[in-house]
Design a protein around this ligand. Structure first.
Ligand SMILES: [Zn+2]
Ligand SMILES: [Zn+2]
Length: 355
């Protein structure tokens, strides 16, 4: 009789794992994690007991939302029943009603907006005021109408990391005695083997929104996160996530691994030099929370390019690339060219003795 094979889920991204006989462990084909059978079993047990505790209220979500889609860019927007969406916050085209979004997309938590539309407009105007060569209509009142309060879908991860590090560290001491100068070098083999926990690493789950733009307006303060209720969406848009956990996991892992590496390095104190010879950081388990985070969002189409501007709706931190008005830039470079030409004519006259 064939032995029943235990099916494990990836502790980092919940995809089905496959046993790899060569490596004698489980490899995740989706997020590229590797686990020994022991690590895998332990993490799966922990995750199962946590899921028991948090049975979601999906019905309320399923009944309380409206789903819109943008025929032009494909964005899918969610609001509560009382808020009508008219234009796509991303491309400014009219959206069409599509029905309801299923309960599996129900967020666990939400950080409510702290900044009003007026606050966001003021931050935007101030930001524009510090920049030159902006196209005129970029700063106009009609452009301000496109400022949209969007709850951006985020995957927020807590990672358990096992970090091992080896280093050769040196302490150097010099002193004079008589006519001689002595130098003493002490060399140490230093090892670290640590369990680390990283909490609240965010990655946005919206493919349309640039990752770098969202990273630039971090951090969010999760102390303000509330259990999700439909009423938070009132008056705001939300975007449906279209990037899955396994797709964002490599970004999360990078941050957890780099953070762990830096932490272990910084623990090697009291030496004059540290040379790391081996660093092995493994993410053993990841807990996910699907959260909506508040962002004031503005996009602007200029000469076939899309420019995006974002303000953290909790802290007011802003980020974005300003569009540069080509005609204004041309005028300035023409002026610079003219000045340079005049100057070289002047120099030429000076050299040839006319002046
Ligand atoms: Zn995985
Ligand atoms: Zn659109």
């Amino acid at each position: 009789m064939a032995e029943e094979v235990q099916q494990y889920k990836c502790p980092n991204c919940s995809a089905e794992l496959r046993f790899n006989p060569k490596k004698q462990g489980f490899v995740c084909e989706y997020c590229d994690s590797f686990f020994t059978t022991e690590e895998c079993k332990k993490a799966n047990e922990q995750i199962a007991s946590q899921q028991e505790e948090q049975k979601p209220h999906q019905d309320e979500f399923e009944e309380g939302n409206q789903l819109y889609s943008c025929p032009s860019c494909g964005a899918e927007l969610v609001t509560d029943l009382n808020t009508a969406a008219t234009e796509c916050f991303f491309c400014h085209n009219p959206v069409v009603l599509k029905g309801r979004l299923s309960g599996e997309y129900r967020p666990a938590k939400v950080i409510p907006f702290k900044l009003s539309r007026e606050d966001a407009n003021n931050i935007f105007k101030e930001w524009c005021g510090k920049r030159r060569f902006l196209p005129k209509d970029f700063t106009s009142d009609s452009q301000l109408l496109h400022m949209a309060g969007v709850y951006v879908p985020f995957w927020v991860a807590n990672c358990d990391v096992r970090g091992k590090m080896q280093a050769v560290c040196k302490q150097v001491r010099s002193w004079n005695s008589g006519d001689y100068r002595y130098t003493e070098v002490k060399e140490f083999d230093v090892y670290r083997d640590a369990s680390l926990v990283f909490e609240g690493i965010p990655a946005d789950g919206a493919s349309k929104i640039e990752d770098r733009l969202m990273e630039a307006i971090e951090p969010f303060n999760y102390d303000d996160a509330k259990p999700f209720e439909m009423s938070y969406l009132s008056g705001f848009m939300s975007d449906k996530y279209d990037v899955d956990k396994s797709q964002v996991f490599p970004r999360i892992r990078n941050r957890a691994v780099n953070g762990s590496d830096a932490m272990l390095r910084s623990s090697m104190v009291g030496y004059d030099s540290v040379r790391v010879t081996q660093s092995d950081m493994q993410v053993l388990k990841t807990e996910w929370e699907y959260m909506l985070l508040p962002v004031w969002f503005m996009t602007y189409q200029y000469r076939d390019e899309q420019y995006s501007f974002a303000i953290n709706g909790q802290t007011g931190k802003q980020a974005g690339t300003p569009p540069l008005a080509v005609n204004k830039l041309r005028l300035v470079s023409a002026l610079i060219f003219l000045v340079c030409t005049l100057f070289s004519i002047f120099l030429g006259m000076l050299v040839s003795g006319i002046l």
